[in-house]
Design a protein around this ligand. Structure first.
Ligand code: GLN
Length: 585
């Protein structure tokens, strides 16, 4: 007897077993398509499949977006999906990296400082990531060297193959082995041909061999358009696939990043030269929003191809209705909302990736087109602040570290507070709100954070007690999700619609509770605190249109299908302020 259930052929000669299987297939037919319940019904109904995403030709092609888009589609088909990133650099994690090096440092709920691609993974899938979702060469070597020191290798010579590759393979399978996922998508950072990627690619080769049909490789390459010749060129793609083949990996699917439509015959040519099935050569053409990429991938059947190639029969269509609603909103929004982001890493917009995406989610849900203007805090001074921030509907004061650009943040904040502009301070931005208020409202002239001035007479922001004995920089901040209780009736509580929230942190300094009373009396309310430690997490000036600072980073938890409420509230306030001014004209 042969029964097919979610693409898995079940063969069994035991009649009772067969009847049970038939019953389950029958149940599947009568239960309506509902991804959430399919998790229960079909738990482990497919063996965990491992999808590897590699990149060639150049970096920044958007492997993270392609991985996220595929995950989004598989999730919308009811599968349990997680995405992980393996980065070939030696740093243990990106926590100590300057944002100019690698863009924003993303933080997971369990307090891991991670690559910014994990932000995309969460925003596209609504599935939380963790420390296990981001592994670097540094972590792999650290673990192997620790094992060697413990004597775990029993006197063997410790080598890249097999010890490093085995450790990589163990980490690749870590999440899959929990039994919680049907699909584990592994993005390999860097590009094929990098010396430091080699152990990762050798591990992918071995895993492809061991896992057979339960794995596949998607290779993302670039098809440049040579403007002078008016031609698309496939040679770089051919070379990068050859490179991969030399390492023993045959890609199953090619995703070609391009700015122009790649004609069918050119795709067929690529298929032929690269040993890839013609329908598995997919183009990823530039679109005006990354959130359209899942739809573009689905149009070319990427999700179905992945299912088929891993031995799963695709059934029906992915449940993309909420996603389509969001995309329809972003397409129909015409009226802008103008937001300024004051920070010091503005030359590199990836440094504020999660903030800009959260603002975009909120603006889109409000039916507006986000116009985000980056304002360099080092270039802001009392003489030009009115001109630089003129016409803005709302201002964000960005997170950050160190003295550089800090005075510009105080200048912006004073101007925003005095002119009652909707203002949102995040982490260092919140700390700057406190310092500016101390200096200009409480009259504590030299008030500061001890991060900027260790000798300040008014340390309104000070190092957390438990931080004082810490000397190592990596992974030692207050990191990850912490509970926060919001004051009933506060603007922040209204925004969240609850008084109990949990948000992610990444900081060493905090509001100094010795000053709390004075701030409250002068009109800056400490409306959010950690229930256990009483650390101040949210401040606001109730008398203003919208003036809130959060010690935590709400941007890490905003996703397309679940935008963060405080960003929504901020955008709504900015729109109201804009409309108020327009009405007066
Ligand atoms: N530098 C500040 C601190 O460590 C703020 C950090 C941040 O903005 N993420 O407390």
């Amino acid at each position: 007897m042969e029964v097919q259930c979610r693409g898995k052929i079940i063969l069994n000669s035991n009649p009772l077993y067969c009847r049970l299987q038939v019953f389950f297939v029958f149940l599947r037919k009568i239960v309506p398509e509902k991804p959430a319940c399919s998790h229960f019904l079909y738990k482990n109904s497919v063996d965990t499949k491992y999808i590897f995403v590699t990149g060639g030709v150049v970096s920044s092609l958007g492997k993270g977006i392609i991985s996220s888009s595929l995950a989004c589609l598989l999730k919308a088909r009811g599968y349990r999906v997680t995405i992980q990133k393996f980065d070939p650099y030696i740093n243990i994690d990106p926590g100590t990296l300057n944002p100019y090096e690698h863009g924003e440092c993303y933080v997971t709920e369990d307090g891991h400082e991670a690559d910014l691609d994990l932000g995309h993974y969460e925003r596209f899938t609504n599935v939380r990531t963790s420390r296990a979702n981001n592994v670097t060469t540094g972590r792999i070597y650290q673990s192997v060297i620790d094992k060697e020191r413990r004597g775990d290798y029993l006197g063997k010579t410790v080598q890249i193959v097999p010890h490093i590759t085995d450790e990589i393979k163990r980490n690749v399978k870590l999440l899959g082995n929990t039994g919680k996922y049907d699909f584990v998508i592994t993005e390999i950072g860097g590009t094929v041909g990098d010396i430091e990627s080699l152990p990762f690619l050798e591990s992918v080769r071995q895993l492809r061999w061991e896992l057979g049909q339960n794995s596949l490789c998607i290779h993302l390459t670039y098809v440049p358009y040579i403007r002078a010749a008016k031609e698309l060129k496939t040679k770089p793609t051919q070379h990068s696939v050859k490179n991969l083949q030399e390492l023993g990996i045959q890609p199953d699917i090619l995703v070609l990043r391009t700015e122009k439509d790649i004609p069918a015959d050119m795709r067929r040519k690529i298929a032929l030269f690269c040993n890839v099935a013609p329908d598995s050569v997919i183009q990823s053409i530039d679109v005006n929003s990354i959130y359209k990429v899942p739809l573009k991938m689905h149009e070319q059947h990427l999700d179905e191809i992945v299912l088929r190639k891993t031995g799963v029969t695709p059934e029906g269509e992915p449940h993309m209705a909420p996603w389509l609603d969001f995309v329809a909103k972003l397409d129909s929004a015409t009226e802008p909302v103008d937001i300024a982001l004051v920070g010091k890493y503005v030359e590199l917009q990836d440094a504020y990736k999660s903030i800009s995406e959260s603002l975009f989610h909120a603006a889109t849900y409000a039916g507006r087109k986000l116009n985000l203007v980056y304002v360099h805090s080092e270039k802001l001074a009392p003489e030009n602040v009115a001109e630089k921030l003129a016409g803005m509907d709302g201002v964000i004061i960005a997170p950050g570290f160190g003295q550089r650009g800090i005075e510009g943040k105080f200048t912006a904040l004073r101007w925003c507070r005095e002119n009652d502009i909707p203002t949102f301070g995040i982490c260092l931005g919140m700390q700057c709100m406190v310092i500016e208020f101390a200096r200009n409202v409480l009259g504590l002239e030299d008030a500061n954070s001890t991060e900027m001035d260790t000798k300040t007479p008014h340390n309104v922001i000070d190092l957390m007690e438990e931080q004082k004995s810490i000397s190592n920089l990596g992974g030692t901040m207050r990191l990850g999700a912490y509970d926060c209780t919001l004051r009933e009736g506060s603007r922040a509580a209204q925004a969240y619609g609850t008084t109990h929230i949990s948000e992610r942190h990444r900081h060493r300094f905090e509001f100094n509770n010795d000053y709390r009373e004075r701030f409250e009396q002068a009109g800056m309310a400490c409306v959010g605190e950690n229930p256990a430690t009483k650390l101040v997490e949210v401040v606001e000036i109730p008398g203003k249109r919208w003036f809130i600072g959060t010690q935590y980073h709400p941007e890490y938890s905003s996703t397309v299908l679940s935008p963060n409420p405080i960003f929504r509230s901020f955008i709504d306030a900015a729109i109201a302020y804009r409309d108020e001014r327009l009405a007066k004209k």
